[in-house]
Design a protein around this ligand. Sequence first.
Ligand SMILES: [Zn+2]
Length: 430
Amino acid sequence: MNVTFPVEGICGNILEFHDGTRWRTIAYPGGRARSGTYTVTGLRPGGAYHLRFTFYDHQHLRWGPDSRHGITLQPPRVPSWQVTDIRSNQFTINVVFPVEGAHANSIGIYNGRLYGGEWIIPVWNYARSGLYTFRYPNQGLEPGWTYLAWKRYHVPNANDQRAWKHVTLLEGHTRFQTRDLAFYFEPEDVAPNRISPATLNTFIDRQQTVHDGLYRLTGMRRWRGQRMYVRSSRYRLNDIAWAGETIFFNQGAIGEMFRSVQNHGCWSFTMMHELSHNFDHRAWNFAPEFFANFKMAYIMDRYNATIYEGGGRVRIGLAAYRQKFYDGVNMSYRRVFYEPWDYARPRYHQDALTYSFLRIQQSIGWGPFYQTFRYFYENYPTTVPPSELGKINLFLTRLRDYSGVDVIALLRPHERHYYGLWFGGTIRYI
Ligand SMILES: [Zn+2]
């Protein structure tokens, strides 16, 4: 309520309410209340109350007129919520809470389909009935995505209640498809001023080629041979991309990728890397980032693929790719083993392992790798050891068997030493 006293804060200014049992002072016990807006909390929904407004007229030395006001609060309402509007980037829910602004009243949405889910917009406590619109892009809603809307609400004289419902946004991506891949890009990702339609087609065809090459190398069909999805994503914006049956590609990083594709004709390291992850199997995968990068070498070799690195460097083909893992700035074999600051404490790094395996490949070709991947896939889990050490040792053993070359002898002593330390044992044939 909004009250105005004739004279501020003097003795006799009283504001009270009757709670059904007795009169209670709203503020300033003993009087001396000031004008302003007062809120009384903790009342019973549907309850009837009286307010009393009193002041003492000091000029005429008498009490002013006693003003009383009866109010009846709204009874608890029947809780409800309805999705009133769904678009490709937002949806709106009309929520009715039983008691307005009660502590428990909360509403949020949850993405339950990705990595176990994440809260996106919790409106936490004291929510009021009304329309709640969940928007893209500030709050990260994705076209076509299914969100779990969630609410909690206070019910008088009972436990707080919870309710859920699924809301699927309209699809807003543009779809491009090859035999084994489906790409979902937002219209702005593929605007012609960013990437020309011809370049985009070439890029997409190349990813099908990457897919074919990885299949040829490993002999493995993932997800029963169903199409893999590549999706421009507004979600989890801290990562560039992450692999899986749907490869999510950070929408914010797509611009840079397509700039490289457009200007340098590259195949995209990131795209190939994520597809390569999809062709790994726990049967052999003793070092995921190593295997993703190592299997890419087959694509670089067989298709003369190109990758673009910051600083204007374009690498083409296998030899350049091998060199990358030797002298790259961020992926440096030397950094791992030879730089002065590492002499005191050399350490394992996946990129050094990649360089070592690329040297082995240089000696024995791809044939023994075809056979080794197939051996692991077909013999999992019976004769494939569960530990990473067991897997790398069996992998090297099979490479030796299929090539007739002592591949461990191709490892330099310090490599063998630090790989053994990293995987928890000795690098040896089993
Ligand atoms: Zn990776």
